[in-house]
Design a protein around this ligand. Structure first.
Ligand SMILES: [Fe+2]
Ligand SMILES: [Fe+2]
Length: 191
């Protein structure tokens, strides 16, 4: 059994069928984007496959683990439970799935918020999570098309869609999401 099969076996026993299908979709998109934009396809596969490995923890489990790991150092993380499974996922990927590659763990850790200074792999995982084939939301086709031609342009679209959604729902916006969006736009302007 190769490493991917081992990861997949473990995921199967821990994730719902729908979440597993989503994870496989993210993996396939991430590998495709890695080939297109010159990132490591093995790392894209691993990160895509297990990016949501902490998403089915109960709220209580996630809160306990988060407190133990100190992920609530910023108040915005604490305020948005939906964000927690990214840093927790990076920890669980190491603890339960034997993943040690810092680039893979980094991509899992920032897949809900983005962050300033994202690597190509981090951008790819963030985007693949948005555009995998099961995703269906207003504007997804446009975002898919953009993700086929321009990584940074697609990242800006995805970050802005997130910011708009959070604004429309009166939710907090993690500063990393805003910083990632501003930084990517600023870089494009000075090119
Ligand atoms: Fe996620
Ligand atoms: Fe996901």
């Amino acid at each position: 059994m190769d490493q991917r099969e081992l990861l997949l076996e473990r995921l199967k026993s821990r994730l719902s069928k729908a979440r597993l299908a989503h994870s496989l979709g993210v993996e396939a998109c991430a590998v495709e984007m890695a080939d297109r934009f010159g990132a490591d396809r093995e790392k894209a596969s691993t990160a895509g496959l297990i990016h949501d490995c902490a998403k089915e923890l109960t709220h209580r489990q996630a809160e306990e683990l988060g407190n133990r790991l100190g992920i609530f150092g910023d108040e915005w993380m604490k305020a948005e439970p939906k964000l927690w499974h990214a840093p927790l996922g990076a920890y669980i990927a190491g603890r339960d799935y034997g993943v040690t590659d810092p680039e893979v763990l980094g991509a899992i850790a920032c897949h809900t918020t983005g962050k300033p200074g994202m690597s190509a792999l981090e951008k790819i995982i963030y985007l693949a999570d948005f555009v995998e084939p099961r995703r269906d939301f207003y504007g997804v086709e446009e975002l898919r098309a953009c993700a086929r031609r321009d990584l940074d342009e697609a990242l800006i679209m995805a970050l802005e869609a997130t910011i708009r959604y959070l604004l429309n729902h009166g939710r907090t916006i993690h500063p990393h999401t805003i910083l990632a969006r501003n930084e990517t736009i600023a870089k494009k302007m000075v090119k």
